[in-house]
Every structure is written in structure tokens, then in C-alpha cells.
Design a protein around this ligand. Sequence first.
Ligand code: HEM
Length: 525
Amino acid sequence: MAAPALPLPLAVAAALLALAAAWLWDYAVARHLLRPRAVASVLRAQGVRGPPYRYLRGSNGDVRRMKAEADGAALDARDHDYLPRVVPHFLAWKYKYGAPFLYWFGPQPRICLFDYESVRQVLWNKSGHFTKTDTHPTILAMLGKGLVLVEGTDWVRHRRVANPAFAMDKLKMMTTTMVSCAERLIRECEELAATNKSGEVEVEFSRHFQELTAEVISRTAFGSSYKEGKEVFRTQKQLLALAMATLLNLQLPGFKYLPTKNNRLKWMLEKKMRTTLMAIIQPRLASKGSGFGDDLLGLMLEACFMTEQGEKRDELALTMDEIIDECKTFFFAGHETTSHLLTWAVFLLSLHPEWQERLREEVLRECGKANPTADMLSKLKEMTMVLLETLRLYGPVLTMLRKPISDIRLGSLSIPKGTGIMIPIPILHRDKEVWGENANEFDPLRFENGITNAAKTPQALLSFSIGPRSCIGQNFAMLEAKSVMAMILQKFSFTLSPKYVHAPTDLITLQPKFGLPIVLRPLDV
Ligand code: HEM
């Protein structure tokens, strides 16, 4: 005989209860307890050890504590080994557990690699086996799901649309914009110096470079709409501050949908950025007949209406949301990194007057006192060497992250699917076996025979990454950095201000915590 059926409300309640219990089991037990244990045990069996897993929080508390302890100690300005300040947790775990080690970003297992061979295997993989890891919601809001974060066929589509905007002939045209933005900064410094009897003036370059590179990307990306573009810069800065404050917080499911104070601020900023970008993009799309313009946005829209075979198409290759996200990506990736490259290059040249003089001679030889052109900049070999050495020692991007989509062999290790793979760039850049005994010293001569011959391992410089996902904007960044450096060297000599405190800090990118005060002396007085 069949059992009597439950009344409907009771049946619904029972079904909901069963669903909730299944979810709770999956979330609280399977994903956050059993899986971390299983991953740790697979890796432990292969000799990979690390800090113990703490339920939900993983190693985040330890990272926060070690970083806070290290943050108090400033370094001698000539000490380029800032690793104990910036990545104290990686050093401590490497020392205690050996390399590679396993740690926990919340419940996510992460294996930290220290050998170039495995790093190359990950970054050069073309089968899409290693994807980017899940991105923190506030970072996603700031950066957009553009080229940096998309995967698979979406990535192919986005990269095809973005590539033409970064072709060398287009970048050469953009050099004029870079130079005219730098001219304004130089003029401002000259005017400041003129107000001082001694002719010397102290300038905080970190802030100036952030404004300069935001101006450059606003103008090169959005042409005549650059003022609205700068609004994006201000909003991204606020989102960056919010991301830094919440990055290591516990991420509970559904939390990002709750109207907390931080979430509401995030939503407001996200909406503001979207409205600003829509106001820039829509008139461009409407002007289809008369061309989209030769700035980054225009070139990208142009490519959106082309097929792979170069024929015209009626529909956009990217949706409006994807174009908005791509604009956010270019904007953030395009100014934040380059401004810090400039900051650290000025820092290093102020410590090494012999290199400052060498570069000045090279600039005056190749460009005279005129504003540099792209062709002149391409002849600045020693400048390139100094910028590459700056990227090696003080590269703005500190880490890269990937995760395999299925279990995979990496060197002698078998890595379980979904395990985060952490690539700590500044640690690898100081590997003495690869870079030589003077790996911690500033020595641009190591790049005398090009990047490939700079170290014992080819492609050891990871600052722009390597492989198919390497930086699309590297030529843009190098041209911009060279224009600005050349123009400063033409007009000023400079030294580090006694007020400078050497405290490199991880704020998603590597930055001087207290800015970069520099004493400038005009050369013509
Ligand atoms: C000094 C300046 C720069 C540095 C150090 C730098 C560094 C990097 C690195 C390390 C990556 C790889 C990230 C990863 O795979 O996780 C990357 C990717 C990328 N960068 Fe840059 N970048 C710089 C300038 C720029 C500029 C000026 C732009 C654009 C205007 C830009 C746009 C991008 C984009 C769109 C990607 C993603 C490429 C892809 O996945 O196909 N970057 N960058």
C-alpha cells in the first residue's frame, strides 16, 4: 500500500529543507572542509607543505598580521631587497616549509612557485588549461571583465578587437599626445622652480605621475572626451581604496548582494563609472558613418565592426557591456602601472647620478633639446636598459595567478584542479641562480644585449608577463615612459629629497608608501 502523501505546504517545506541541507553540506562541509583537506593531502604526499588550513579564513589572518608587522620598518634607500616588507608571508613560509609551498587564500588552496621552468609552463600554455582565478568583486567592479580577465573564445574575440589599437604605427601617433601631456608637467615644474631663488624645487613625483598617466590614457583612449575619461580615473581610485580595505575579509556566499555600507559604495561607484563610459561610447557609435576616431576607443570600435578576414560586419563583435568593461580595463591597466614605472625609474636615477648623466647624454644626442618623436625614442638604447632594470627590481605588478581547469602535471608535481598557482614576480626577479650574484643591485648593463640575454634563463623578465596572455600595452607603456623620462632629463637634474622614506608597498601595484619627493634643478640656470 502507498504511503499517504504529505499535505502540499508540508511537502514544499520538506523539499526546501532538503535543498537547504544539501546546500549547507556542499558549502560548509564539502567545499570548505573536505576539499581543502583533500588538496592538502594530495600535495603533502608529494612533499609540498605549508601553513595549516583554517576554516573559511585560510591563511588570510596570518598574511594580514605579517604584513602589518613588516609595514613599520622603512628601508635604506639603496636597499632594493624590499621582499621582507612587501611579501613577508611568502618569505616566512618558504623558509619554514621549503619551495614550493601551499597556502590558503580563504578556502582556496594556492601553491606558490619559485622555479622558472614551472612558471614558463603555466604562462606559455596555449590550450587554455590555466585560467585566471576568481576576482574579488570590488576589483572586478574597478577593472571590468575585460581583456585581463576574460577566458577562452571570449579572450580570442576581445584580443582580436583590441590588437589593432596597439599596433606600432598607431602608438607612434599617440606619442604626440604623450609628449604634450609631459610638456604640461615640465612647464609646471619650471614655473615652480622659477619661484625659488636657488632655482631648486621639491616635487612629489608619485602623485604627479599618476595624474600625468591618467591624462595620457584619458586623451589616448577617449580623445576629445578626455575630461569624462578623467572622471573614470577618480572613480577607479575610490574603488581601489575600497578593494584594498576589504581584500582579505571573509567572503561569505551572497554577501556581495547585501546592502552593507561598502557594498552600497561599490554599487554607487560602479553605476557612476558605467554612466560616464556610456556617455562617451554612445555618441561614438552614433557617429559610425564619419568614422570612430583614431584614439584607443575609436580603433577598438572600428575593429568591432570587422570580421577576422577584414570584411565589414553590421553587428558589433563586443556587446555594449563588454565595450564598457574593456574601457575600464584599458583605463586602469593603462595608467596605474605606467605611473609607478616612471616613479621607480626616477627614484633609481636619483640614486645613480652616473646613470642619470648617461641617459641625459643619450637623450641630448638622439633628440637634442626638441620634443622627442617616436623615431627618436626608438634609438634610446640605454634608456630602455634602465627601464627594464627598473621593471625587474620595482615592477608594478607583483604577482600573477592562475588555476588549472583539471588536474595537471607541473614539473614533477601533480596539481589538483582548481588549485591557485601563485607567481611571485619580485622573488623570481631576485633569483641569484638566474640573475647572478648581483640580483639585488641596480645594474642596467645586464640588459645590454637585450631581454633574452639578460639572465641565465631566457624570458626571465616577467614584468609584462610572457606567453599568449602577456601585456598588450607594453609598447604603449615603454613609449610613454621614455617620452616622459627623456623630457625630464632634457630640462632637469634631480636628487632624492632628504624627506624620502623608502617603504615600497603593495597596493595591488608596487608603490612608494609615502610618495617620491624629488629635488629638481633646472639645467639652464
Ligand atoms: C609598466 C606598465 C605595465 C606593466 C608592468 C604591465 C604588466 C602586465 C602584466 C604582468 C600582465 C599580465 C597579467 C596576468 O596575466 O595576470 C598584463 C596584461 C595586460 N595589460 Fe599590462 N602592464 C603595463 C601597462 C599596460 C598598458 C599601458 C595597458 C593598456 C593601455 C595594459 C593593458 C593590459 C591588458 C589589456 C592586459 C591583458 C592582456 C591579455 O590577457 O590578453 N598594460 N600587463
